[in-house]
Ligand binder design. Structure first.
Ligand code: T3D
Length: 261
């Protein structure tokens, strides 16, 4: 599919989606959300894709809303509609994809750009990456899911500190606070991301999808209903070919070859 603001490539069942407005630090305008929605829809229907990587071209991951587009819009702008029609579907699509999603954070992630990274399942960051809520500096509320993801990762007080002060957070600090899974040297980010994503793509894709559903559901449930939910999901996992292959490979003392079926 041809896009203006994102680039898409495939390798080893991994689809890499690159935000591609490097001169604008990958700021998000209406085309970006439209194209991301379209691409994520396409991924959700493509069984050959078993992991998604989201990254940015150039020196930034993504600096959030294109404030130049925002400044040129009607005043006061209808931000509710812009979020409802633009960003929110992207966040929900990322969150509900039945395959692992990995944000490969190559540089600064700000505002809704950071929210995009937070909506991915896993985050690997370059040591040169930085994070800034930015919303607090322009009088806005963190959006695109940030008020939902941040407190889950760092707790209420830290989430409020991050949101109110909009300080620049280093990759090391982000790792310490649990905001990213890994930090790697800048020149190793692409290779480390590829190796991680390919490993995920070679996994038991359906089992991974069911695991994602279980973990997502867990924070909103009590233990009893989570146990029942796990048992139901396990029933589904137990009927996959990958489960059979995993057990057979264990018995035969060889590496399992999962196909995602
Ligand atoms: O409006 C709605 O629809 C509601 C939704 C809102 C969602 C949001 O994301 S609101 C938050 C928007 N983002 C920001 O407020 C971030 C603004 N940018 C910054 O604070 C800084 O640029 C950074 C901390 C991200 C990076 O700083 P630095 O020093 O590395 O770069 P810089 O020099 O500030 O910026 C470089 C260029 O990128 C510069 O352009 P110029 O002067 O060279 O022509 C700057 O204007 C441009 N730029 C940076 N961020 C944005 C941007 N242009 C448009 N929109 C941006 N968000």
């Amino acid at each position: 599919m041809a896009y203006e603001t994102i680039q898409v490539s495939d390798a080893e069942h991994v689809r890499t989606v690159t935000l591609n407005r490097p001169k604008e630090l990958n700021a998000v305008d209406q085309r970006v959300t439209r194209e991301l929605q379209k691409e994520l829809r396409s991924i959700s229907r493509d069984a050959s894709v078993r992991c998604v990587v989201l990254t940015g071209a150039g020196r930034a991951f993504c600096v959030g809303q294109d404030l130049k587009e925002a400044a040129a819009a009607e005043q006061p702008p209808d931000l509710t509609s812009r979020l409802r029609d633009g960003y929110n579907p992207v966040i929900l699509q990322l969150r509900s994809l039945a395959i692992p999603t990995v944000a490969s954070i190559n540089g600064v992630a700000a505002g809704a750009g950071w929210s995009l990274a937070l909506a991915c399942d896993l985050r690997i960051a370059s040591a040169a990456a930085t994070f800034v809520s930015a919303f607090g500096k322009i009088g806005l509320v963190p959006d695109s899911g940030m008020t939902w993801t941040l407190p889950r990762l760092v707790g209420e007080a830290k989430a409020l500190e991050i949101a109110w002060l909009s300080d620049v957070i280093s990759a090391e600090q982000a790792l310490e606070w649990g905001l990213v899974n890994r930090v790697v040297p800048a020149d190793e980010l692409a290779a480390e991301t590829r190796s991680w994503a390919e490993r995920l793509a070679r996994g038991p894709t359906q089992g991974f999808a069911l695991t994602k559903r279980a973990i997502h559901a867990a924070l909103g449930r009590d233990l009893e209903s989570q146990l029942a939910y796990e048992a139901m999901l396990q029933g589904v996992a137990g009927r996959t070919r990958d489960y059979q292959e995993g057990v057979t490979a264990f018995i035969q003392k060889r590496k399992a070859e999962f196909t995602g079926e």
